[in-house]
Design a protein. Structure first.
Length: 500
């Protein structure tokens, strides 16, 4: 028997299509001569009688079925790769300020509770959401909610002479043990003057007070640090820094200044995870919890320019600000000397720059390690964190945080929201928007828009800027939050978690 090739015309008909449907020619494998007869008939009468009618049409359709399997498989492979890439992005972004997973579809209200106060601010402690609510009179209450159901677990309200109770203080500052939450209670004896402050450790699920200690309200500065207190103390001829444990014993003492602080001087204390930053007059320090000095800066670091910048009749002052991405910014108080000194986490000087640090809400590392600065001459500068070299100058007025995702900078300002290519500096897309960036999952960005009558959330595709979904809110005063990987809204007297 001879083998012979032929072409078969196969119609690809879309459901509901009419005239003008598409057709395609598919090369059919070589067929045996005795398999070319129609309707199951064979050139061999004896064999043809055994074949079911229509067998040949089945054999002719198998290339189309194979094509469907191949195309379907290609789509499955593509989807699997996209899911893997998205999972890798989520791993990079997890734990960052504005990250919330799975924002590709419009969320619903997972739960909603009453929050009639004019102001509410959430924080998170594991599976507990801590909602701080304040009245216009200034009195506040802390409410603990189950993260999954919104059920109220407990609340801490001012009692007796207490002015307010605030729970949900940053864990990096207080380092509360697992299952615990730090609270501060302000007490008064008369009027609204704060007489004392009490630091508490409460069980996150029950609200039971497990420990309590008084915090001094006098002196130049005091800050809780884990279970200890960091205090600035002044004598006649010196100013020192002292860490005191829960029993009141001194853990360590550091000399801060070789003189007493004047009445026109001030001290700034900030605890940042395992380190504290201290500014006192013309000296600024970054210190470890064990008292080791990581960075020390005085006006001498700026050389002769510091002397020229000294305010006439005033004291020189140095300030230090932690960078969210790691490292520290030191600035010298004088409008005529805007330079900043940037040190890395190891205490090494990296670069000098003019301008003010800008918050980076999300960074997937696709453009390398970058710091963001509102440039002294206007616009936004993105600089290499390790060298200080300018990576990109975006000559646009900018407000709010910046997202660095997939080689793009997403930022708002001047009534527009933009995604800018970090290689070319050109807009990938731009939307008319006066809204605030709220969250992103690395594929879409969520923006909170408002006008005088209402507000709403919009999700925009990172690649194209097209609107993926919109969720209308009730009040123009609504506020949206991204906290610990979840999306919340305080709106029209309620507080709700969004999701699917």
């Amino acid at each position: 028997m001879r083998l012979r090739g032929r072409k078969a015309e196969v119609e690809l008909v879309e459901l509901g299509s009419g005239a003008g449907h598409a057709s395609a020619a598919v090369e059919e494998p070589a067929l045996l001569d005795d398999e070319l007869a129609d309707d199951g008939e064979s050139s061999d009468p004896e064999r043809g009688a055994d074949r079911p009618r229509g067998w040949r049409r089945v054999r002719r359709a198998w290339p189309v079925a194979l094509l469907a399997v191949v195309v379907g498989g290609a789509y499955l492979v593509k989807a699997a790769r996209e899911q893997a890439a998205l999972a890798a992005t989520h791993e990079l972004l997890a734990g960052q300020e504005a990250f919330v997973a799975d924002l590709g579809r419009v969320p619903g209200f997972l739960w909603r509770v009453d929050a009639p106060e004019y102001w509410a601010s959430p924080s998170s402690a594991g599976d507990v959401v801590l909602l701080q609510r304040a009245k216009e009179s200034g009195e506040s209450v802390s409410v603990a909610l189950d993260r999954e159901t919104g059920a109220e677990l407990w609340r801490a309200e001012p009692q007796d002479d207490a002015l307010s109770v605030y729970c949900g203080l940053p864990s990096e500052t207080f380092a509360a043990p697992a299952g615990m939450v730090a609270c501060v209670e302000q007490r008064r004896t008369s009027g609204d003057e704060v007489e004392s402050i009490v630091l508490q450790q409460r069980d996150a699920r029950t609200g039971e007070v497990r420990s309590s200690r008084d915090v001094p309200t006098v002196g130049f500065g005091v800050a809780p640090w884990r279970s200890d207190l960091l205090q600035v103390e002044m004598a006649d001829s010196e100013t020192s820094l002292r860490l005191v444990d829960a029993e009141g014993a001194t853990v360590w003492t550091l000399p801060l200044l070789d003189r007493a602080l004047g009445s026109d001087s001030w001290v700034n204390l900030q605890v940042w995870e395992d380190r504290a930053v201290v500014s006192a007059s013309d000296r600024a320090l970054v210190i470890e919890h064990d008292g080791q000095i990581v960075v020390e800066v005085t006006p001498a670091a700026w050389g002769a320019a510091a002397a020229r910048a000294r305010p006439e009749g005033g004291q020189p002052e140095v300030f230090v600000t932690p960078l969210l991405g790691g490292g520290y910014v030191f600035s010298y108080w004088a409008s005529s000397h805007p330079e900043k000194l940037v040190f890395d986490e190891g205490g090494d000087a990296v670069y000098e720059i003019e301008g003010d640090p800008q918050v980076i809400g999300l960074d997937d590392g696709s453009a390398g390690r970058l710091d963001a600065w509102n440039a002294a001459g206007g616009g936004l500068d993105l600089v290499d964190s390790t060298t200080g070299e300018l990576a990109q100058h975006l000559g646009r007025w900018q407000y709010g945080s910046v997202y660095l995702l997939d080689g793009k900078a997403v930022l708002g300002g001047g009534g527009r929201l933009r995604a800018v290519d970090l290689t070319t500096g050109e807009d990938v897309w731009a939307e008319i928007s006066g809204g605030d960036l709220v969250a992103s999952d690395g594929a879409v960005v969520v923006v909170h828009e408002r006008n005088v009558e209402l507000s709403w959330l919009r999700a925009l595709d990172l690649e194209s800027g097209r609107e993926v979904w919109r969720l209308d809110l009730v009040s123009p005063e609504a506020v949206a939050f991204a906290i610990d990987g979840a999306l919340y809204v305080h709106d029209d007297g309620t507080f709700a978690r969004l999701g699917r």
